[in-house]
Design a protein around this ligand. Structure first.
Ligand code: HEM
Length: 534
């Protein structure tokens, strides 16, 4: 039963909505040929074999056979919605990005929330990091903030990402566990990768079991740059603050909800939006200069560290409101392609080695996931501003360029000449002074793996600390390998003695010696209010 032209979902090129039969939408093949019978294949006699010439049946099954596309290698399970971003504070003094040029400017947005580890069909309330990916269709092209609900990351360098993801996903031999971190491979990896310890504190905290997508923060994680008209750079970190507040469930609830309603989070977002209770997030920026970066305790290029809001306050510059569910989950949520490399003029990257790797990875993976370089033409990915370039052809090309020039420079004029680049208004990279030999090294403070983990721990209330201890205890109790548990608790000793003792007691084991630390953990960092939910 269809109440609009969506029976076949497409318009004819003549613009007519559908073919009609006695006032109803006529069923057609993908070629537009009206179908006479959609229930009985064409057969040689009532009891004879089916005929190959039944092109309607063959086309129907052919298309069905190819309905599935590869799920994302990470963040496979996601849920999307449309909305609007409204600029509430101009940032024209620090960036030429058009989206921040004036107060009140409205920009269309699409958001996809996700879990990281589970397959597309997994449950919503797994203990996991949540993806918080935002596509802003600005007048100067698409800007994607491909973030998470946790402000730091497991690893410092993109070269480690395939190992992290292999370890976090189901083990290759037994193919479980599918959607949780409670297993030997993940904790074995972490035990050899102490830079991940800080993130595991967040992951074992209630942040990893959010009440719903509507009650989560979002973070761009990396340090980016804003550039002004003179090319001057200001470092920036992006934050999304839920106007609804920050809320989580407790583990007991999470386990029950997963059993009773694996779609709990997607249903919550759908229900809220369709009932007119539109969720909003304020966009905050932490702005700082080279001088601050040089004086900060850690390297601002290290994605396993955050900058406490007490040191650089978060300035609210806009509000994102989600007010429209998708028409079609596959066409929009599944086919949307986010990419950290999508930044408009006035915004630029930093040299964060994780971000630099991501800038390669997204485009690359989307070619295999979406099957064609022309995925930018899909409605959810297409910029809302005009696009003009000399890229041509490729699988599933949907544009029909006119004119003879598909190259430049060319000597043609007028419409035949095609588009041209402009140094003044086009995207420009920051002129970063660089020096040094090629090395496989990072600066020294990258080796401090525990200080900020400790800072997070001491910033938690008693009940939050108890939940963290319980979560480590539960997750590690699912590890069969005793040495894995020992190595993790040895790391936790470097974070805080109470944490290590609590987990060791929970697991019924002796406290191991503290793990060797490349850099002595600092104990002078103060608690930070913004790190606690309560
Ligand atoms: C997907 C965030 C690190 C590779 C995603 C998604 C998010 C995300 C939110 C889901 C996008 C969607 O909803 O479609 C992050 C964050 C990271 C991080 C916040 C660290 C700060 C990395 C790294 C790599 C990587 C280091 C690779 C070197 C991927 C890939 C996908 C993905 C391949 C699937 C994209 C697709 O198929 O469309 N990431 N990620 N990520 N991420 Fe990351």
């Amino acid at each position: 039963q269809h109440d609009d032209a969506g029976a076949a979902g497409t318009r004819g090129t003549g613009g007519e909505l559908h073919q009609e039969v006695r006032g109803e939408v006529a069923l057609t093949t993908a070629q537009g040929i009206p179908v006479s019978d959609n229930q009985n294949s064409l057969r040689a006699g009532r009891r004879g074999p089916t005929l190959l010439e039944d092109m309607a049946m063959r086309e129907k099954i052919f298309h069905f056979d190819h309905e599935r596309i590869p799920e994302r290698v990470v963040h496979a399970r996601g849920y999307g919605a449309h909305g609007t971003f409204t600029t509430t504070e101009s940032l024209a003094d620090v960036t030429t990005a058009d989206i921040f040029a004036e107060v009140g400017r409205e920009t269309e947005a699409f958001v996809r929330f996700s879990t990281v580890a589970g397959a597309k069909g997994s449950f919503d309330l797994a203990r996991d990091v949540r993806g918080f990916a935002v596509k802003l269709y600005t007048r100067q092209g698409n800007w994607d903030i491909v973030g998470n609900n946790i402000p730091v990351f497991f690893i410092q360098d993109a070269i480690k990402f395939p190992d992290l993801v292999h370890a976090v996903k189901e083990a290759p031999d037994r193919a479980f566990p599918q959607a949780q971190s409670a297993h030997d491979n993940f904790w074995d990896f972490v035990s050899w990768m102490p830079e991940a310890i800080h993130m595991t504190l967040w992951q074992m905290s209630d942040r990893a079991i959010p009440r719903s997508f509507r009650f989560m923060e979002g973070f761009g994680v990396h340090t980016f740059r804003f550039l002004d008209a003179s090319g001057k750079a200001t470092f920036v970190k992006f934050h999304w603050k839920p106007v609804q507040g920050l809320q989580s469930v407790v583990w007991n609830e999470a386990v029950k909800i997963n059993g009773a309603d694996p779609d709990f989070h997607r249903r919550d977002l759908w229900d809220a939006i369709t009932s007119g209770d539109f969720p909003s997030w304020d966009l905050g920026v932490q702005l700082f200069d080279e001088e601050f970066a040089d004086s900060f305790e850690f390297d601002v290029l290290d994605a396993t560290k955050l900058i406490p809001e007490e040191q650089v306050p978060v300035r609210i510059v806009g509000r994102l409101t989600l007010d429209r569910v998708v028409d079609n989950d596959f066409a929009e949520t599944e086919q949307v392609a986010f990419h950290t490399g999508n930044v408009p003029p006035g915004i630029d990257f930093s040299e964060d080695p994780l971000l630099q790797g991501r800038n390669f990875s997204y485009l690359d993976t989307q070619l295999s996931r979406l099957g064609s370089t022309n995925f930018t033409q899909l409605p959810v990915n297409a910029p809302r501003c005009p696009v003009a370039h000399f890229q041509r052809d490729g699988h599933m090309q949907g544009h029909v360029p006119v004119g003879r020039a598909n190259y430049e420079p060319n000597g043609w004029s007028g419409a035949e000449r095609g588009p041209r680049a402009d140094a003044a208004s086009g995207f420009t990279s920051h002129a970063t002074p660089l020096e040094g030999a090629t090395v496989r090294e990072r600066s020294e403070t990258f080796a401090d793996h525990y200080s900020q983990a400790r800072q997070f721990w001491i910033s938690q209330t008693d009940v939050e600390q108890e939940h963290i201890v319980n979560a480590y205890t539960f997750e590690l109790s699912k590890c069969d390998e005793e040495s894995v548990r020992e190595r993790i608790v040895a790391h936790l000793r470097n974070v805080h003695p109470d944490l290590a003792q609590g987990v060791a007691d929970g697991l019924g084991m002796e406290l191991p010696e503290p793990a060797d630390a490349a850099l002595e953990p600092r104990t002078d960092l103060p608690a930070s209010d913004a790190l606690s939910i309560l």
